[in-house]
Write a protein that binds this ligand. Sequence first.
Ligand code: AMP
Length: 185
Amino acid sequence: MSKRLVLLGAPGSGKGTQGALLMERLGIPQVSTGDLLRAAVAAGSELGLKAKAAMDAGELVADEVVIGMIRERLNEPDAANGYILDGFPRSRPQAEALDELLIALGKPLDRVVHLEADEEEIVKRLLERGRADDTEETIRNRMKVFRDQTHPLLKYYEERDLLVTVKGVGDIEDIYGRIEQAVNA
Ligand code: AMP
């Protein structure tokens, strides 16, 4: 199975859940910028303090902050055999920075998996999840940010022949099966 993967999808589309399953079953790390940022906030680091306001509002944290985090993370030894990027890239500058980084390493992406779920299902899932930034207002803003800044990346990756789209609705194992098929095709 392809080993350098991106999971792309709206908030609540199941990226985190499927990323964790891929990590467990492929034996490669799930790299979630959301998790890295939440850890920085919890640790009270300078980076965390910078990121917190944007996260609380459902806005994107500055590109240079997340790009720096990813650059460091992908240089860790456990990422040498592949990884699942979950929640990164989320904007065109992030996608371009990732391309540059991977070209420099001579290890381009294998696949970008778009997890497609409808908005009603997503809002339901997010309200059930109940994370600190899962208030209805923040959810609405995260959806808008996804539509405006992240959705254009589908075209970006389609043009590079990397995109596969998978229905993210239904049973978790069924969705996993679809991802497995898509990345092996
Ligand atoms: P997530 O856990 O992926 O839903 O991310 C939670 C929050 O962290 C987002 O609403 C953003 O504020 C921030 N965040 C996570 N990943 C990124 C990213 N790639 N670029 C900018 N902000 C991000």
